[in-house]
Design a protein around this ligand. Structure first.
Ligand code: AMP
Length: 575
């Protein structure tokens, strides 16, 4: 059995490293000592979760409650803990320091194992209802009472949702592979399984039970898949050159839904894989009526504006749902779901079936089914026809088109050239990317009033899972938006930069990498202060970046990758 104190020592070691290879090796050594009964727990702890997002079980412990627990376990007052926390900027570090000073600890050794710690935190997460906050503090205090100072550091960081080790999902998968095979050759297989169930704990456990489980891992209802992601190109010609004859679909700017049904039960998941079933009673009803007993499909949901005979945009659709209440909005602004992919039907995993075959089934299944309809699509082999379709989409007020490789499988969680987007703005000089906010700046001049001077933005290196900065954004916000942004970001301020971030440019305030924004820009340039796709000390930066919108439908996994930025740069500046 794996002692939590041993795990904490390894975490401490990893935290001091910056090289990914070394991290992987140290982690692999730890994974070798872990068995099938505890590997899932260890993986969740490392991800800073107790269960995958769609389980609906959140850690649910606010910082205030954690401070209370630290105070009672260490014997210090809440204000003493607060003062120390303000100094260190990390409640985990504060916990360690105060537990060290705890009386009679000299000979204290803990013998909690990983499962014990995980189960205790699970119990804390699950306690709800009246008096549950006091319960949570009590359980957490008990846990800390049994902990060594170093264990305390990681217990507190775990309950607050991040161990701050700088270890991303790809590193965990690599380490599992190295632990079993001595090299990274199993990473791809493990990653595929992870991408089709979004539950790394489950994948790790099944793999430890029998590696064959992973080879034959299949899509299952109520285990949502990581959504496939689209690449981008800037002209119809480039698209035809890249994938030849393709299926070209309208690109709807709505809310991506992943719909699951089995034995009369329906669940709908968002792009971030959170359950949204209750938001869409009208869609649930329509799914119930579908013939297959088991089905998983994806579509883009948009409300229809009867008066203006146009679809509302994503922002407008959500606004209406919030303002008018769900049931009212369902009647007033009926939802339409444009089905664009089919992943599973009655026991059959379709993710490896070519797109053209999945599409044929969609057309048959969703024809004339009311609010669920196939996305509008055409087979196209000439760039002029693609251009025509693109113009048609913008005339309709849609976002552009999605070109799909006829022979490609469903690339769960991956950005491959199976899907290529051509968006409204591409033809012009304006382009957009999605990035995550990692820090922000104090205001100067007229903005001082709001104490807000802009954002530091990062994209993600998909190979290492690390974040790399690409822009400092000072415009595109209204005053109202600035105030709201500052308020929102103030709540997730951290003393230290995110451990997962590679940066050179400092922010005035660092934040947890959580909020995704869409950003327009004029060009991609080479910069010595940003780390995006950096080589020889030079990375990419956005020229004239400005915020377009906060994308609360997107999470870190959806943001633009450094590789994509590299491709965009090469497209704009052919060598
Ligand atoms: P983007 O968010 O710009 O990277 O574009 C990808 C998103 O477009 C997907 O996540 C879907 O939500 C959305 N989308 C709209 N229409 C389609 C379509 N026909 N096929 C695939 N995705 C679509």
């Amino acid at each position: 059995m794996l002692l939590f104190s041993d795990v904490a020592k390894v975490f401490d070691e990893i935290e001091k490293l910056s090289g990914r290879l070394e991290m992987t090796d140290i982690l692999a050594e730890l994974f070798k000592k872990t068995d099938a009964k505890e590997i899932d727990k260890l993986v969740y702890i490392m991800q800073g979760i107790v269960a995958p997002p769609y389980s609906g079980i959140d850690l649910g412990i606010g910082e205030r409650f954690a401070v209370d627990a630290v105070a009672s376990a260490s014997g210090y007052s809440v204000s003493q803990v607060d003062a120390e926390y303000r100094k260190s900027g990390d409640l985990g570090d504060t916990t360690e320091k105060l537990l060290e000073k705890r009386k009679q600890t000299a000979l204290f050794t803990s013998n909690m194992n990983v499962r014990y710690v995980y189960d205790a935190v699970m119990k804390i997460s699950k306690s709800s209802g009246q008096g549950s906050q006091e319960q949570k503090i009590k359980y957490l205090t008990e846990l800390l009472n049994n902990a060594t100072p170093l264990e305390g550091r990681y217990i507190i960081r775990f309950v607050l949702g991040s161990l701050r080790l700088g270890v991303g999902d790809p590193t965990i998968l690599d380490a599992i592979s190295v632990a079993h095979k001595g090299d990274k050759s199993l990473r791809e297989e493990l990653e595929r399984a992870y991408n089709v169930c979004a539950d790394m704990g489950l994948v790790a456990r099944l793999f430890y039970e029998d590696p064959k489980n992973i080879e034959k891992f299949k899509v299952q209802p109520f285990k949502p898949l990581m959504p496939a992601l689209a690449e981008r190109l800037s002209t119809p010609e480039q698209i035809i050159e890249k994938i030849g004859k393709c299926g070209v679909e309208m690109k709807y700017d709505g809310l991506r839904l992943q719909c699951h049904k089995k034995d009369g039960k329906v669940e709908i998941y968002s792009r971030k894989l959170e359950k949204m079933t209750r938001m869409f009673p009208d869609v649930v009803e329509a799914i119930m009526k579908l013939k297959p007993n088991e089905i998983i499909f994806e579509g883009e949901a948009l409300a229809y504006d009867k008066k203006n005979k146009r679809y509302f945009s994503f922002q407008q659709t959500m606004h209406r749902r919030r303002k008018h209440g769900i049931n009212e909005a369902s009647k007033e602004f009926p939802m339409n779901v444009f089905v664009f992919d089919l992943l599973y039907i009655d026991g059959k995993d379709l993710t490896n079936v070519p797109y053209k075959e999945r599409r044929a089934v969609i057309k048959k299944l969703f024809k004339g089914k009311g609010i669920l309809k196939p996305s509008e699509s055409k087979l196209i082999s000439k760039s002029e026809k693609l251009e025509e379709m693109f113009l048609k989409s913008t005339e309709k007020g849609l976002e552009g088109i999605m070109a799909k490789d006829l022979n490609a499988p469903y690339t769960a969680g991956k950005r491959k050239f199976a899907w290529i987007k051509l968006k409204k703005s591409y033809g012009k000089s304006v382009d957009t990317i999605d990035g995550v906010i990692v820090g922000y700046y104090r205001g100067h001049g007229s903005r001082t009033e709001f104490e807000f001077g802009g954002l530091l933005l990062a994209v993600q290196n998909s190979d290492t899972g690390r974040l790399e900065t690409i822009a400092k954004i000072g415009s595109g916000f209204t005053e109202d938006e600035m105030m709201k942004l500052r308020e929102t970001l103030d709540k997730i301020k951290t003393k230290n930069p995110p451990t997962i971030l590679d940066y050179k440019l400092e922010a005035d305030f660092w934040v947890e990498p959580k909020y995704v924004i869409e950003v327009a820009f004029d060009d991609i340039t080479i910069s010595s202060i940003h780390t995006c796709a950096a080589k020889d000390g030079k990375g990419y930066a956005l020229r004239f970046p400005r915020m377009v919108a906060l994308r609360d439908d997107k999470g870190i996994r959806d943001i633009t990758t450094s590789e994509e930025v590299d491709e965009m740069h090469n497209l704009q500046h052919p060598r």
